[in-house]
Ligand binder design. Structure first.
Ligand code: CA
Ligand code: CA
Ligand code: CA
Ligand code: ZN
Length: 343
């Protein structure tokens, strides 16, 4: 299913689709206009199929997963046949590199490492397209329009080697491989987005919690934009598939619609405390709609200090709402943060 796109982006993509197969010369110019078909989950099998009893089964390609495999067209590629593109280059340390021939990647399934490489490429690029669909890079300033590195390794994002590298993404293989769930990939890209807006963002507990919350929010926003609002799982549920191995049904890594309140529910852990902030973002989206909410939330983040407090960031978000959409939007945003005890 095609996502809604801006006219400018649609035109750019249409151009990419009709252009001749990209030659190595085009790759050398950095044109990034090549496309290739590929197979992905969109966004993950639990959300797509509504089956809460799916299991990892040691990375087996079980038959019930069959209907979740979705053919897509990867865009913004350099034409080399590798997963190298305008917004992301994939580097795997757990298997050979995925390779396209004649404009098509093989229909990799989850039991081979190349599937996660393709997922990483597709969902980072899709997330950047979503951000551009809001006007960032055209009517608004660009957000994170740089080529990041996405690595897949055995240990994942907690590997200390990558911990200080907030621009780039590392996807691990604990439980369900992280790269099999679009919402995990986009969550990680959320950290890259914030680092692109405010280098080094997330130096304190509250700013770190905002980072986790925004990643969760972006994951759901992008997943719904690209694949439609889910009908078989709750939209507020983040990473329905990755969480199969560590949550009870209905499986969610975290939710956007929790009831945590500031300051009494603060636990001193960024993911847990992020659920205070993400609920406010969810409420803003519920009241103003996806497009206005995401636009003002992302625009506000340019004004966050690297170690912002909840209160200062909430005030910056209210100010962005007022600048972009006027007093009634600002009042809706104030209300969402007031309900959480932040304003
Ligand atoms: Ca796998
Ligand atoms: Ca995992
Ligand atoms: Ca979900
Ligand atoms: Zn995170």
């Amino acid at each position: 299913m095609l996502p809604k796109r801006s006219a400018a982006l649609a035109a750019a993509l249409a151009t990419a689709v009709v252009s001749a197969p990209v030659t190595p010369a085009a790759a050398r110019t950095g044109a990034y206009t090549a496309t290739a078909t590929a197979t992905v989950f969109a966004p993950n099998p639990v959300q797509q199929l509504g089956l809460q009893d799916l299991t990892d089964a040691k990375d087996a390609d079980l038959p019930e997963l069959g209907p979740a495999y979705t053919k897509v067209t990867l865009t913004d590629l350099d034409g080399s046949g590798t997963l190298t593109g305008r917004y992301v280059v994939v580097k795997s340390s757990t298997g050979g590199a995925a390779k396209a021939a004649d404009g098509a990647f093989p229909a990799y399934h989850r039991d081979v490492d190349q599937f996660e490489q393709v997922m990483g490429y597709h969902w980072v690029t899709t997330a950047q397209h979503y951000i551009q669909s809001l006007g960032f890079g055209s009517t608004l300033r660009p957000v994170n329009q740089r080529q990041i590195e996405l690595r897949i390794n055995q240990y994942g994002g907690d590997n200390s080697f990558f911990r200080e590298d907030k621009a780039n993404i590392t996807l691990g293989k604990g439980g369900i491989d992280d790269g099999e769930d679009a919402e995990v990939i986009v969550h990680e890209y959320g950290h890259s987005v914030q680092d692109g807006q405010v280098p080094g963002f997330g130096t304190t507990l509250e700013s770190g919690a905002i980072g986790e919350a925004f990643g969760d929010y972006l994951a759901v926003a992008v997943s719904s934009w690209a694949t439609g609002v889910p009908t078989r799982t709750d939209e507020a549920c983040v990473a329905d598939w990755d969480s199969v191995s560590y949550s009870s049904a209905p499986h969610c890594l975290r939710r956007l619609d929790g009831t945590k309140h500031y300051p009494e529910d603060v636990r001193g852990e960024v993911h847990a405390d992020g659920e205070i902030w993400s609920r406010a973002l969810w409420d803003i989206r519920r009241v103003l709609g996806d497009r206005k909410a995401s636009t003002l939330i992302i625009e506000a983040q340019f004004d966050f200090a690297p170690g912002t407090t909840f209160k200062a960031a909430a005030e910056a978000t209210v100010a962005a709402a007022r600048r972009l959409y006027g007093a009634s939007a600002a009042s809706a945003v104030t209300g969402a943060f007031a309900d959480r005890g932040i304003l």
